[in-house]
Ligand binder design. Structure first.
Ligand code: HT7
Ligand code: ZN
Length: 844
């Protein structure tokens, strides 16, 4: 496959002033007519007229009304064109029903929908499908469906016919069309400037009862973006549509967001607290794209982090404001370490702004999204809140309507703050997770912290240079009092010292507060010092981090030397659990352990080979020890936090349920599932029901409840995804792959539906000891199904391939088993470009 390079960017030779698309919908033979006004682009030198187009049957084409016969290939067409402005018209035929890849125009449960980011529009018609070509779209839809939707505002509609006009120029990737029998959940929002916006959430009949929460989240997001970023909505209509077959979470098409039904539909009976929180965040994320992505888009796909990093950052600010900022930050860091650090430290490592790709769909990664958001957080930390707000105002003013770059983004910060961001820009161009080592020196009432930074070289970045690292530091005195408030140290050198003087006694340094930079910190505190931070740090992140570090250290020595669980760790957590002044959600987080795959990474970092069975056993031993050590507080923790009031998915109630359910997981270890059975039987919401079920499976008494659950929910696709996933997640390591394999024989295992495929195989991959079973049966099963799925849906297949990215850290037997599977997949005769690129990178 061809490799595309950032350095090869050149503008398209033509400007598109407007485009009119006419769709005559038919499941197998949809006709798409396009009428596009082109004129030479004064900013371009190359006048090659190339229009992207894939899987299209060209019926006819003309220029200024005269038929033409373009040169057509499987990637697009070229044609001789006039020197001045001209009108291009074409008609193509496409097959939405046969489009199982879910890119372009496709069908889901009898409904038509589109997914055009990144390069799906070229499967709809011939067009310059690149984000720097922005145009005003008019869309005419003919089809026998009660609901016919596209971007912008409706301009005409009659039975079987609708016309839409979007006044805001946009790239083709933001185009959308939906047609089907849908029900609207309607509401309105009035902007700060008095514009009344109609809001609709369109769902399939039967899902009407799952719309209210999503709608409220949308209104909250619209208000928040006005209040915090001064961004108002710019059309009279905002539509969201829920579809069941969707490759990712949701898509920010202008005025017509399309959502995976799992990312928008919610009700207390069918959705967990975590589902509600995720839905709120995704609705916000897609809505925020209206400014960071749509009004200001990306010049090319290398700039993806420009819209995604910033929008993730904005949605995390929103969630912090709506819920608990500390809990959100800790959750984000757990996620970053689990997914982004793994990517950055393995064969798939790439910079936040990659410099080359074969298939752009493979770069919608944790690095681009989550590390991209961390980079924005660091920038804000370095310049300060006020300067960030000023820079953002200038960004919106200067670049509204532009297809912008990271250079444009950094320039607004340089212009508003006077800073030189040349070195900071390395965060965008260097792959790899920096290691930050700190050494303390105490003399003459002065604490000196000497930091050394080192980014391990990788194929993507063979010679990393020092980065600008904001290091938030506070000091805790020997009796637990804060003796120095948070100060942001700005590290720019490979090695650098900072001093804190006038201290009465040697303090304990609380370093990297709030996780102020996405680095691995090496700070050699002893267990007493960590216990002090766990008990007293005023920074909630570092307080949690102290507990997490004690847990990790204890688990590592249990794995290596078979030691007993660390008593100081257990005592420290017990004290936290007893502290009723602490938010229940925060206490629930404190009860968590590092994931088994995080422990594998820690061992690998220390130059050791992780053994999944030992890691699993140590984690189980630790949980059993927690159940014993906390036994006096668990019943009250459970009872006090079991919410009996009417269900609300807000931070307060969901935090309490999280704590009660963490307690239940430990109680189940000693009561054999009695409490879990009671909870399962009494539950009136999915959070309680699912946790009851999970604990029953753990206690080996899940079969009746699993059957009852299936009977109760067999007609609810989203709940059944949970049923499929939970059985794999809760299986013994010995059985996980067999359970997954058995589930693929279930009549409801619709493997072409990405949610269902991920429910089974995403869960298997997350089951560290199950997936890495020494027999290789986990690897083999996944490979079999990836081979089967690839011809149907390459995008989802390629995404799942990342399960194999950690192969170099395992023992020789497992390495041989994994690489054999990778080679078996790579040997398939018609492997997609998506999977070929992923596996070639992973295999290196
Ligand atoms: N901007 C979107 C990214 C995306 C996508 C969404 C759904 C299906 C396929 C997709 N490919 C890329 C989602 C977002 O980040 O908001
Ligand atoms: Zn996004």
């Amino acid at each position: 496959p061809e490799t595309i390079y950032l350095s090869d960017y050149s503008p398209f030779g033509f400007v598109v002033d407007e485009v009119t698309l006419t769709f005559d919908l038919h499941p197998e033979n949809t006709r798409v007519k396009s009428r596009t006004a082109f004129r030479p682009n004064p900013a371009a030198t190359d006048r090659t007229f190339f229009l992207h187009g894939e899987n299209l049957k060209l019926i006819n084409a003309s220029i200024d009304g005269t038929p033409v016969a373009p040169d057509v290939s499987d990637k697009g067409l070229t044609c001789d064109v006039p020197d001045g402005p001209f009108i291009w018209e074409s008609e193509v035929e496409i097959d939405p029903q046969g489009n199982t890849a879910l890119e372009g125009l496709y069908m889901s449960n009898g409904m038509y929908c589109t997914q055009c980011e990144a390069e799906g529009f070229r499967k709809i018609t011939y067009y310059p499908d690149r984000p720097d070509v922005m145009s005003v779209f008019t869309v005419i839809i003919n089809g026998p469906h009660p609901v016919l939707l596209s971007n912008g505002n409706p301009v005409a509609s009659s039975e079987g016919h609708a016309e839409w006009h979007d006044p805001w120029p946009k790239p083709a990737y933001l185009f959308a069309l939906v047609a089907g029998e849908l029900i609207a959940h309607a509401d309105t929002f009035t902007t700060a400037s008095g514009r009344k916006v109609d809001l609709n959430l369109y769902v399939r009949p039967g899902d009407e009862g799952k719309c209210a929460f999503g709608m409220q989240a949308l209104k909250d997001s619209m208000k928040w973006d006005e209040e915090v970023y001064g961004r108002k909505y710019d059309l009279d209509l905002f539509n969201i549509v829920a579809v069941d077959d969707f490759n990712m979470g949701a898509m920010e098409n202008k005025g017509l967001n399309i959502f995976n039904s799992s990312a928008v539909l919610a009700s207390p009976e069918t959705s967990t607290d975590m589902n509600f929180e995720r839905i709120e965040a995704i609705i916000a994320h897609e809505y925020f794209h209206n400014w960071t992505g749509n009004r200001i888009t990306c010049r090319d796909w290398f700039q993806l982090c420009l819209k995604e990093g910033l929008t993730v950052y904005r949605d995390s600010q929103f969630t912090s404001d709506m819920r608990s900022a500390a809990v959100k930050r800790i959750g984000d860091v757990i996620d970053l370490r689990g997914r982004q650090f793994a990517e950055d430290q393995g064969p798939l490592a790439h910079p936040v702004r990659p410099e080359s790709f074969q298939e752009i769909n493979n770069f919608y990664t944790a690095t681009v999204y989550e590390k991209g958001a961390e980079v924005i957080g660091m920038l804000k930390r370095l310049v300060g809140d006020d300067a960030y707000a000023t820079a953002l105002d200038l960004y919106f003013e200067r670049h509204d309507g532009d297809a912008a770059t990271i250079e444009d983004w950094l320039k607004v910060f340089e212009d508003t703050t006077g800073r030189d961001l040349t070195q900071f820009k390395r965060w965008y161009s260097q792959a790899g997770t920096p290691r930050l080592k700190v050494i303390e020196d105490w003399a003459d009432d002065t604490l000196t912290l000497t930091f050394t930074q080192h980014t391990p070289p990788s194929a993507a970045t063979p010679e990393p240079q020092p980065l600008v690292i904001p290091i938030s530091v506070g000091l805790i005195g020997p009796i637990g009092d804060e003796v120095a408030e948070t100060r942001v140290l700005e590290m720019t050198e490979a090695s650098q010292s900072f001093t804190f003087d006038g201290l009465a006694a040697r303090p304990v340094a609380s370093i990297l507060r709030g996780f102020s930079a996405p680095v691995v910190l090496d700070h050699d505190l002893n267990d007493t010092e960590r216990a002090l931070l766990l008990a007293h740090d005023t920074d909630p992140f570092n307080r949690w981090e102290a507990g997490r570090t004690l847990a990790r250290k204890s688990l590592l020595s249990m794995i290596r030397e078979g030691t007993a669980p660390d008593r100081a760790y257990l005592d420290g957590i017990l004290a936290v659990l007893r502290d009723e002044t602490l938010d229940p959600a925060y206490r629930a987080l404190m009860m968590g352990l590092p994931s088994q795959s995080d422990l594998a990474t820690a061992l690998h970092d220390a130059g050791e080979v992780p053994e999944p069975d030992l890691i699993y056993a140590a984690t189980e031993t630790m949980r059993a020890a927690m159940a014993r050590r906390f036994r006096d507080v668990l019943p009250a923790l459970y009872a006090d936090n079991l919410v009996t009031a009417e269900y609300r998915p807000d931070a307060e109630q969901s935090g309490k349920r999280a704590l009660a359910n963490s307690a239940l997981a430990l109680i189940t270890r000693t009561d054999g599932g009695v409490q879990a059975q009671a909870q399962y039987g009494a539950a009136d919401n999915m959070t309680q029901q699912l946790s009851g079920l999970a604990n029953l499976i753990r206690a080996d008494r899940g079969s009746a409840a699993l059957k009852a659950f299936e009977a109760q929910w067999k007609n609810d696709r989203l709940v059944m995804d949970k049923w499929f996933g939970l059985q794999v997640i809760e299986a013994d390591p010995e059985d996980a792959a067999d359970v997954a394999a058995a589930l693929t024989d279930h009549p409801d295992f619709n493997w072409k539906n990405p949610n269902r495929f991920r429910a089974v195989f995403g869960s298997l991959v997350m089951h560290h000891a199950g997936f890495h079973h020494h027999s290789g049966k986990g690897y083999q099963l996944l490979a079999d199904w990836l081979i089967k799925l690839d011809p149907v849906n390459p995008q989802t297949t390629a995404r799942m391939c990342s399960a194999f990215q950690s192969w170099p850290r395992y023992d020789d037997d497992r390495k041989a088993l994994i690489t054999a599977e990778l080679d078996r997949i790579l040997a398939q005769p018609t492997l997609s470009r998506d999977v070929t690129e992923m596996l070639t990178r992973i295999r290196k």
